[in-house]
Ligand binder design. Sequence first.
Ligand code: FES
Ligand code: FES
Length: 169
Amino acid sequence: MTRITVTVDGVRYTDEVEPRTLLVHYLRQNLGKTGTLVGCDTSNCGACTVHLDGRSVKSCNVLAVQADGHEVSTIEGLAADGQLHPMQQAFNDCHALQCGYCTPGMIMQACDLLKDNPDPSEQQIREGLEGNLCRCTGYHNIVRAVQQAAAALRADAPAATAPAQEVSA
Ligand code: FES
Ligand code: FES
């Protein structure tokens, strides 16, 4: 067994794990973070997507020991102060899910996509989500949801990103 310390959704955990334990299994079985799902176990579907130090990873493709000393964010840490994250709200508003199995991973991947590109085109959204599979929706409403969330997040962006105002002497 190997001792690891990982911060997950803002809480620090220290646990003994087998070196072969996958991060997704650690999250689900040790921490009870069952919002992160297993769809394939072979890094194809994206249902297990979480953020590791702020970037999306497929947690079935990462060992828990590789997260030692790092920060993990899951779908369960996304809402703040009882308010859905704009991406969660947009998926709800746009009916971007049916069975919901792909949704946690899809949302985590979409959030990562917007970090790099706050105003993606439809094509860029489709390419950004190509590692996340949905068997139900046909993707159209997922793309609409990401567009809605992107607009909401841009509207909420700090004024620091606005052009500096001129001040006369
Ligand atoms: S369960 Fe990780 S990619 Fe499918
Ligand atoms: S909503 Fe069912 S797999 Fe995406």
